[in-house]
Design a protein around this ligand. Structure first.
Ligand code: MN3
Length: 208
């Protein structure tokens, strides 16, 4: 039995051009994400975690220092499963459902402040990692960043949006210009419908 499988991209490889190229998605999805899955399946064998949900495995491995190697793979698997869905063709900007726009405005003061906080988190993550939009127990939104394969879920928070700032996510298209990549992600790629789904699910989890 294999615990982890590579999901298909929810769009064609060239669908996110010119903001993210076919070549980037081929390497990022077919090689990088697949490598996390292959290594994760190898390392999880015999741990007793095989039948658990991906969310449960991420949390269990993060808490157990002897499973740090497995955590890197499953954290990155979780991150990428959602990352593909956090993007879509003709996405980004302020084209989002009203309840999410209201939550963003109430939490940050304005959409522009959200964008600047989110992209700053991505810019100031030294080395590889992710920047995130997360909800707290009151439904308030905030921005955070994590190194390497870590994510808010591991830390008991609910991520509703994340952007991969590992160089493999932008170096082919933007070289070292991480700021340009983050701008393109926010302005032209974010799938706000998927973010809203995760936002509404996070409020249910927090209310339970
Ligand atoms: Mn990646």
């Amino acid at each position: 039995m294999t615990t982890f499988t590579l999901p298909e991209l929810p769009y064609a490889y060239e669908a996110l051009q010119p903001y993210m190229s076919r070549e980037t998605l081929e390497y990022h999805h077919d090689k990088h994400h697949k490598a996390y899955i292959d290594k994760g399946n190898e390392l999880i064998a015999g741990t007793g975690l095989e039948g658990k949900s991906l969310d449960e495995i991420v949390v269990a491995c993060f808490k157990d220092p002897t499973k740090a190697g497995l955590f890197n793979q499953v954290g990155q698997h979780w991150n990428h499963v959602h990352f593909w869905n956090w993007m879509k063709p003709n996405g980004g900007g302020k084209k989002m459902p009203g309840n999410l726009e209201k939550a963003i405005t109430e939490s940050f003061g304005s959409w522009d402040k959200f964008k600047s906080d989110f992209t700053q988190a991505g810019m100031t993550q030294f080395g590889s990692g992710w920047c995130w939009l997360v909800t707290d127990e009151n439904g308030k939104l905030s921005v955070m960043k994590t190194p390497n394969g870590e994510n808010p879920l591991a830390q008991g928070k609910s991520a509703i949006l994340g952007c991969d700032v590992w160089e493999h996510s932008y170096y082919i298209d933007y070289r070292n210009a991480r700021a340009k990549y983050l701008d393109a992600f926010v302005d032209s790629l974010i799938n706000w419908e998927y973010v809203t789904q995760m936002y509404e699910a996070s409020l249910k989890i927090r209310a339970a």
